[in-house]
Ligand binder design. Sequence first.
Ligand code: GLC
Length: 626
Amino acid sequence: MGKASVYAIGVVLLICSIAVGNAEYVLYKDPKRSIPSRIKDLMSRMTLEEKIGQMTQIDRTVASREVMKKYGIGSVLSGGGSVPAPQASPEAWINMVNDFQRGSLSTRLGIPMVYGIDAVHGNNNVYKATIFPHNVGLGATRDPDLVKRIGAATARETRATGINYAFAPCIAVCRDPRWGRCYESYSEDPNVVREMTEIISGLQGEVPAKYKGVPYLAGQQNVAACAKHYVGDGGTTKGINENNTAVSRHDLLAIHMAGYSPSIIKGVSTVMVSYSSWNGIKMHANRDLITGVLKGYLRFRGFVISDWEGIDRITSPPKANYTFSIMAGITAGIDMIMVPYNYTDFINGLHTLVKNKFIPMSRIDDAVQRILRVKFSMGLFEHPLADNSMAKYLGHPEHRELAREAVRKSLVLLKNGKYADKPLLPLPKTATKILVAGTHANNIGNQCGGWTIEWQGKTGNITTGTTILTAIKNTVDKKTDVVFNESPDSSFVKSNKFSYAIVVVGEPPYAETFGDSLNLTLPAEGLKTISMVCASVKCAVVLVTGRPVVIEPHLPVMDALVAAWLPGTEGQGVADVLFGDYGFSGKLPRTWFKTVDQLPMNVGDRHYDPLFPFEFGLTTKAVKAN
Ligand code: GLC
């Protein structure tokens, strides 16, 4: 054999050996290896830039496959109402999420990104999703198992859109209903909030004994959860959103911290920091409570995420000194920053701080290890892309039935006057003619409240579901004439000789600071309808509000009063109970005040003089079908 042939064979053998070498074993990609060993191997391969990229979360509006690849971004989110298109289908959501993911998978190390969304009462940004009652209504059910089932359904409807991370549950303990986010809180009572962390076992799946206390995801029909907002978000002065919570350390731990330990034991993957301050110290800069208490004493092993522009608001005005904000937030122990727009400012700022040794590499490594621990525990490296197989779960009939059950159990009966020595409720299904009135009777947007389709929610026919009016029509006897008039005058009411009336009124949709209210009065239109109708005919008033409102002056004219909170899309649950197919069982999750100048006033306070006390709720029995 000539020299040339021997040489050629040698070259071929060398290329093959290189090729084989390139297909060498990569430990972090091996699902059979332990998560700690996969984290260690991957960390050892990462550059500082790649680590900082993992600590960065951006909104979908500034994300693209190219941006994900170039910066190695660790996470993308949909802020409230941030959708690929109005009324986008599950498939459109999946295509969008997968496109970003392909950018992440094309990076040097191929670390998949995690996509977060506020699925706080169902996958509520998404058109046709099942919208469950907001947390205040779930608190009224006192049913942790129900809430767990809602978590599982919410996870399926979130996965239906290709999304694997929900910024839920909010485990705030709202101590003042003047707070615009009080409906996101299960209760004023820390024990009720503690019980409702069971939703995490639904969202993420039930954590097996050996995994207790570490981030856990049962499978690809579950989503990573987020206990928020750490800590004391529900205790601010006068309920002013993002303001100061002036309480003792004892009360902070005994009241506002109540949900965090059970959440951690249940394997919650992430914790979101509160915008608020504790005794003047911004939570986003509070190293003692984030690193000392949450990561140290409570041994939280997932990752801590900031709120939206949360580090910007460490300074006043926000972003007055962004380098300082980055330094304060990362040093406090925050692991991932919800930037969400100017991500190069964050990336470059953090890089400079590390390079100049203002932030030690050990802090960066702690953050990235936590982020990777969550991603490995989610099975994200094995299942980075979504397929359309889950799309069928969006708005699934079984989920709507579950939401209807939750609505039924959330209703609190506050007054039930007697006629001919019979209580008004349950109402008779058979009557000659009945009136349904009020701004919230025939309005899906009003009955869902904030965080629905849009960040602030929106009045009107914004998604699919059953209005309370439709539910009433579905329930009464065919012979019963149901007349709807949103705001009737008294002559209309008198002239029609109705057998009885149902008045459904409440608050307009709102979210966060837009919901802060110092007077807590119902809109004038609703009050007018109550007086116009109830002065002339037997009336049951159904309040659709995110919290207790001023009602004492109007109570005498009402024959019956029901707190329905923010029931969501399944209004049938209201009619189920109004007409006796099911009994009233709900209990007040919050004290119902007489006047706002009593606030804050919570169960256990020395001076406690409510209109209706915490835990109050009249009951009725289901009426046997005749
Ligand atoms: C908001 C809220 C937080 C939410 C986040 C992302 O400002 O404070 O609850 O998860 O931003 O939308």
